[in-house]
Design a protein around this ligand. Sequence first.
Ligand code: SF4
Ligand code: F3S
Ligand code: FES
Length: 253
Amino acid sequence: MTHTAHFRVWRGDADGGGLQDYDVEVNDGEVVLDIIHRLQATQAADLAVRWNCKAGKCGSCSAEVNGRPRLMCMTRMSVFQPEETVTVTPLRAFPVIRDLVTDVSFNYAKARQVPAFVPPKGVAAGEYRMQQVDVERSQEFRKCIECFLCQDTCHVVRDHEENKPAFAGPRFLMRIAELDMHPLDAAADQGLTRAASAQEDHGLGYCNITKCCTEVCPEHIKITDNALIPLKERAVDRKYDPLVWLGNKIRRR
Ligand code: SF4
Ligand code: F3S
Ligand code: FES
């Protein structure tokens, strides 16, 4: 079955732009990215869009479809009524380069600010031993495809550019949680307490667990429940641990 859908696509660049209307053919089984490609092939050859895998695995085709952050390659046209207008706009939290392509370098800058895994001393690579439960815990977080939909949707930065310097965003707070829960990470030996650093250096306190990040994650990672809330608990436990408090007090003298 084929029908004609009405699309509104944001066209423009850093200097400004607006929504443009297109009527375009849709066939059974197609996804929003197919329609964007058809627009490029038939009506808008210069329409800029970023994509790679068309399989929900590269994280490149992130955009907002009817105002909701989504992967265009994983958004089936069958979820819309045939007469419904489908509006496609670039990710709102990041600066537009052109049309549907945004500059996501904020995320790479935040990634660089998270100190890497610190290997344990005296254990050679290949000799690491971990409980399966610890492996599974971090494997959930490592399903991340870096689509940055969670970064785009979090209200802390979505409408608050001024919060960006202080807030790493859910994807990178999750990375800190993963390292903090890693039984072999020896960052503490180098004086780095990851949970405390998440709070003090990466803006964990800005997160008020609205869970919007979890709702949009295409990998269904339980970002809030399994990473952010435990990280908050670990940061608080440490802060109010009487032994840690005493240690800090003695060290300050
Ligand atoms: Fe995308 Fe989920 Fe990774 Fe966030 S955590 S970047 S939503 S895959
Ligand atoms: Fe933002 Fe997710 Fe926290 S949406 S407020 S990081 S729970
Ligand atoms: Fe790779 Fe959509 S094109 S996730």
